[in-house]
Design a protein around this ligand. Structure first.
Ligand SMILES: [Zn+2]
Ligand SMILES: [Zn+2]
Length: 393
């Protein structure tokens, strides 16, 4: 039994039993096989907070590499960059492209989904509102339709986990139904919908909101737009980009208190520029300039345009939320448990017997100290998370 790890955790964050002090997490063959009380023998002492490994359900790349690529090695580089920042489970998000290009990108990622490197693929476009396009190429946006959606999901053999649509587009609601029928998760986002239309989208089966607040109408007291219902309806989870730039802290506070940690998923929406010095990058077919770690489109005249993804990492989001005053167990729910549950991910998002030994160790300030994936500590690289976490926070 030499390969059994017995980790005595100063603070072990569990979903079922709350925080257990000095509990021993028993790990064998990549899996958690038990949790034992304080006083049980241990092979290793872990100072700080042991939380479930982070689950990022909206991310385009990082470390100079993108998931939208014709080279699987590039996708693996981006995946490893985020793993070193605590992301032990992730979707791979693809921005708007023409359908043939998307199909080719999906084919590159499919084997990586099959081997477990990715939990699935997220198509953020092209079925988005031209009025709320954000950093998506307007020339490539198009209406959805049940047939095209079903072809995308079925054609990918289960690798497409989620598609974002603007439900007000022609065919939008029928596409949400088709997505759910085909086994994928329907997300509402990049939308100009009104309240009644998002209500219909939820009735049709949408369960995720792509970066709530960003790329949708703001709240007006007589014309509420999509936000109040998406915040308060318990049929959906809302993604928040907690980088200190996309959302004001008071707006984060409103969202967390309205939806609760069981309906908030922290996401990075990171692009290749995450973890890189300021510079110029591509996002799909568009050009992005990163200045002071903030990514914006470059307009044809060279001026700064829309916010274009982020340079956030999950450890940066975690530390930012702890810095705003949220308790570490609540942040762990929003960074891991909640996204894993809403995406029905197998054996991740919790520290409990039968789950994979995917975990992060953070200090009292929520700063990442170490990462374990499938029972193995990441090398010295895990410590690299800290300076970048400070930068994005
Ligand atoms: Zn977006
Ligand atoms: Zn995105």
């Amino acid at each position: 039994m030499a390969d059994v790890l017995r980790l005595r955790c100063q603070h072990l964050v569990t979903h079922q039993h709350g925080v257990l002090d000095d509990a021993v997490l028993v790990v064998a063959h990549a899996e958690i096989i038990g949790i034992e009380a304080a006083g049980s023998p241990a092979t290793e002492e872990i100072a700080g907070w042991v939380v479930p490994g982070f689950v990022d359900t909206h991310v385009h790349g990082g470390g100079g590499a993108s998931y939208a690529t014709d080279d699987p090695a590039e996708a693996r580089r981006a995946r490893q960059f985020h793993r070193e920042h605590g992301t032990t489970s992730t979707l791979a998000s693809l921005v708007t492209a023409d359908l043939d290009t998307l199909a080719a990108q999906i084919e590159i990622l499919r084997p990586l989904v099959a081997e477990g490197e990715f939990a699935g693929i997220h198509l953020e476009g092209p079925f988005l509102s031209p009025k709320r396009k954000g950093a998506h190429d307007p020339a490539l946006l198009r209406d959805p339709g049940p047939a095209v959606i079903t072809n995308l999901v079925v054609g990918a053999g289960g690798a497409v986990e989620m598609i974002t649509v603007a439900p007000e587009l022609s065919g939008g609601l029928a596409s949400i139904e088709a997505m759910v029928a085909a086994g994928a998760v329907a997300a509402v986002g990049h939308t100009d919908a009104d309240d009644a239309t998002v209500a219909a989208a939820l009735d049709a089966g949408a369960t995720v909101v792509t970066h709530l607040f960003n790329a949708m109408p703001s709240i007006h007291h007589r014309e509420p737009g999509p936000i109040p219902r998406l915040l308060s309806d318990d049929r959906c989870v809302v993604e928040l980009i907690a980088d200190g730039f996309h959302l004001h802290p008071q707006v984060i506070a409103m969202a967390v208190s309205a939806a609760g940690p069981d309906r908030v998923a922290l996401v990075t929406d990171a692009m290749a520029a995450a973890g890189m010095p300021d510079g110029d990058f591509d996002l799909g077919t568009l050009h992005v300039a990163v200045r002071d770690a903030q990514a914006r489109l470059v307009e044809p005249d060279g001026s700064p345009g829309s916010i274009a993804g982020s340079t956030l990492t999950m450890d940066g989001a975690f530390a930012l939320m702890v810095g705003l005053g949220y308790p570490i167990p609540e942040v762990a729910a929003m960074a891991a448990t909640t996204p894993a549950r809403w995406h029905r991910l197998d054996r991740v998002g919790e520290l409990a017997p039968g789950f994979l030994a995917d975990l992060c160790v953070v200090n009292d300030h929520g700063r990442l100290l170490r990462v374990m994936q499938a029972g193995a500590w990441l090398g010295a690289a895990a410590g690299k998370g800290m300076p970048d976490a400070g930068r994005t926070a």
